[in-house]
Design a protein around this ligand. Structure first.
Ligand SMILES: [Zn+2]
Length: 381
C-alpha cells in the first residue's frame, strides 16, 4: 500500500520551493532595475511576467533593506499616477579605471549606473612599482572625497591588451609594449577588490550584454580594439584574442601598423590616424572639419576605411556593430554618410539598421569594468 508521506516534511519542501521561487523573482527584479534606472511595480510585473503580489512582497523587502527607493511619479495617462521606483543610487559605488599608454581615465559609478564623477589625467605607463604606486594614489584621491570607502565595492581596471584574468597576467599589449606582465602588485596597491578586463571587452560590458545578446563592438580609440558578444556573453576565443579587429588585414601591403605588420585595420581606422599619433586630441581634429580641407579629406578617407572594416565585420558575424571609443563618440552626426559608404560594400543587407552608437560616449571601458561589481553585489540579496 502506498503511504501518504510525512505531511510536515511535505510542507517544508513546499516552503523551500516557495523561497527559491521568491529568490529567482527577486534577482529578476534587481537585474531589471540595474539596467532600467527607474521603473514601476506594474511594469516589473508585466515585463518580468511576475504576479503583482510577488512584485509587491519583493519590493517591500528591498525597500526595507534600503536598496530600493521611490523616485517620483510617472506622467499621468488619465488615471492615478504610478509611483516610480529605482535602486538607491548612493547605496554603493564602483570605480572604473582605464589604463592607456599615456593616460588614466577614471569614473565613479553609482548603483543606478550613473557617472557620479569622472577624470582623465596624463600618466605615462611604466611597467614598474613607481607607476603602480602613483596610479593607486591617483585613483584613491579621485574617489576619496566623493564616496566613503566602505561604500565602494571594488575597482575595475581595463587595459589595451590580452589578459589572463585568473592568473592576473597581462599576456600581451602592443600599445603598452608589454608581454607577460604580472598585475598582482597593482592589485595589492589598489587595496580594494580588483577586476581586470581588456578595454574593448570592458566597453562592451558597459552596453549590457544580456540586453544586446549578439553584437560586435568596435572601439575606435588611440589604438583600435574590439569585442564580441554572443548570446549575452563576451566571447574570448581560444587564445583570449577574439575581437582583435585592429590587426585584421585591411589593405595588403599597406601602411605599417604599430604591431609591425603592414596594412592592419589599426593603421587606417584607429583614432591615432586622425590625431597625428596622439599629437592632439580627437576633439581638436573634429573641430577642424568644415574649415580645413586637409582635415576634411582625411576624414573622408577615414570613413571609407572604417566602412570597409564594418562591412567585413557584418559579413563575419551578421550581428549589430556598435561603434565606440574616442571617435565613436563623434560618429552620431556622421551616421548617414558612414551608412552610405558601408551599404556600398554590402549586397546582403537592405539597410544599415545594425550600425549602433555606443551608450557611453565618455570612458566606456572604465564604466564597463566598474559595472562588473554591481552584478555580484545584487546577487547577494
Ligand atoms: Zn597590427
Amino acid at each position: 500500500m502506498k503511504g501518504w508521506g510525512n505531511p510536515s516534511r511535505k510542507r517544508a519542501k513546499g516552503r523551500d520551493r516557495e523561497l527559491e521561487k521568491k529568490q529567482v523573482a527577486k534577482h529578476k527584479i534587481l537585474d531589471y532595475m540595474l539596467e532600467q534606472r527607474s521603473t514601476t511595480k506594474a511594469e516589473l510585473a508585466k515585463k518580468l511576467n511576475l504576479s503583482m503580489p510577488t512584485v509587491l512582497s519583493n519590493i517591500s523587502e528591498l525597500t526595507e533593506k534600503g536598496l530600493v527607493v521611490e523616485a517620483g511619479e510617472m506622467e499621468s495617462t488619465g488615471g492615478r499616477k504610478a509611483r516610480k521606483i529605482s535602486l538607491r543610487e548612493d547605496h554603493c559605488f564602483a570605480v572604473g579605471v582605464d589604463i592607456t599608454a599615456h593616460h588614466l581615465g577614471m569614473v565613479l559609478l553609482n548603483l543606478g549606473g550613473g557617472i557620479a564623477a569622472w577624470q582623465r589625467v596624463r600618466l605615462v605607463f611604466q611597467p614598474d612599482a613607481a607607476y603602480c604606486r602613483q596610479m593607486a594614489e591617483l585613483v584613491r584621491s579621485f574617489y576619496q572625497d566623493k564616496a566613503a570607502e566602505e561604500k565602494i565595492l571594488g575597482i575595475g581596471v581595463s587595459f589595451p591588451g590580452i589578459l589572463n584574468k585568473s592568473e592576473r597576467i597581462l599576456v600581451k599589449s602592443h600599445a603598452l609594449k608589454l608581454e607577460n606582465y604580472s598585475l598582482k602588485m597593482m592589485e595589492q596597491m589598489l587595496g580594494l577588490p580588483v577586476y581586470f578586463e581588456n578595454d574593448a571587452n570592458a566597453a562592451m560590458l558597459a552596453e549590457n550584454p544580456k540586453k544586446i545578446r549578439d553584437a560586435v563592438y568596435l572601439s575606435l580609440n588611440h589604438t583600435l580594439g574590439g569585442a564580441v558578444c554572443i548570446d549575452g556573453r563576451l566571447f574570448s576565443g581560444q587564445g583570449q584574442k577574439a575581437g582583435e579587429f585592429g590587426h585584421m588585414l585591411l589593405v595588403p601591403g599597406g601602411k605599417q601598423c604599430y604591431c609591425g605588420k603592414y596594412g592592419c585595420a589599426d593603421a587606417y581606422c584607429a583614432a591615432s590616424v586622425l590625431t597625428e599619433d596622439g599629437a592632439y586630441g580627437v576633439d581638436a581634429f573634429m573641430g577642424r572639419l568644415g574649415k580645413d580641407e586637409e582635415a576634411d579629406q582625411k576624414w573622408e578617407e577615414y570613413l571609407e576605411n572604417l566602412a570597409a572594416l564594418i562591412s567585413n565585420l557584418r559579413m563575419a558575424f551578421d550581428t549589430d556593430v556598435i561603434l565606440g571609443g574616442d571617435v565613436g563618440g563623434y560618429l552620431g552626426e556622421y551616421m548617414v554618410e558612414l551608412g552610405e559608404k558601408v551599404q556600398k560594400n554590402n549586397l546582403f543587407d537592405l539597410d544599415v539598421g545594425y550600425l549602433k552608437n555606443c551608450s557611453y560616449q565618455r570612458e566606456a571601458s572604465a564604466v564597463g569594468v566598474a559595472k562588473y561589481f554591481f552584478q555580484g553585489f545584487l546577487e547577494r540579496f
